[in-house]
Design a binder for this molecule. Structure first.
Ligand code: ZN
Length: 224
């Protein structure tokens, strides 16, 4: 019997995946599982926050050890000695080659084992990152490949694909879980409260400004 009443959510501890978790619970109130990846990311705090958010949402979280990913390529997300840069015409230094390709493939196998047919990921083409593995055409292509490769019907749901950060914030408010954002992690500096000044904090705050809502996350005081 296919398990149509359950979904698996990729939960990174960030704002977008947390919104996906809230959306998944709307659609699958009886069975949401969360999955996070330990891939040697710069900030371990993301995993701690993912666990806190899963606890608040009342869903089980599995953390999969994928630290081998950090050894495959050089990037600023797994090597803290590298600067975070985004030069014109180039991919950001935070791009981890193959990350979503591997994560979604691993998640698909886990979903199949659990007899789950819906996989949520918070990838978004409208944010400025320019990551090729966040694009809609990549997700559609991989979805087809996974279904063929696993001989299984899985749907990769990307509800935030075309939303701006402001629209995502408004969606979370509508879902009634804006308070969950207090536990999400965004800051590139890896600190809580957030630094308020790095590109990630600025993008996040711009989203709240556009939505005309107050971010429940704590930030450091502005330094003169
Ligand atoms: Zn920051």
């Amino acid at each position: 019997m296919p398990n149509q009443a359950q979904a698996l959510v990729l939960l990174s501890g960030g704002q977008d995946s947390t919104t996906c978790l809230a959306l998944a619970l709307e659609e699958f109130p009886n069975g949401v599982h969360a999955l996070a990846f330990d891939y040697g990311q710069r900030h371990r705090i993301e995993l701690e926050q993912a666990q806190k958010i899963a606890n608040i949402a009342g869903v089980p979280l599995q953390i999969l050890d994928t630290r081998w990913l950090a050894g495959l390529s050089t990037n600023a997300l797994t090597d803290p000695t590298l600067p975070i840069t985004h030069l014109d015409g180039k991919l950001p230094s935070t791009f981890v080659d193959g990350r979503n390709l591997f994560f979604l493939s691993l998640a698909a196998v886990i979903a199949k084992q659990k007899n789950i047919h819906t996989l949520y990921t918070g990838v978004c083409e409208t944010d400025f990152s320019g990551y090729p593995d966040c694009r809609a055409d990549f997700i559609q292509s991989l979805n087809q490949t996974l279904n063929l490769g696993l001989a299984y019907t899985l749907k990769i749901a990307t509800p935030l694909m075309w939303l701006t950060k402001g629209e995502t914030v408004l969606l979370m408010q509508k879902l009634g879980h804006l308070d969950w954002y207090a536990h999400t992690h965004t800051c590139y500096e890896g600190i809580r409260p957030g630094c308020r000044q790095c590109p990630a904090c600025l993008l996040r705050l711009k989203g709240f400004e556009d939505a005309q809502l107050k971010d429940p996350l704590e930030y450091r005081a502005v330094t003169p």
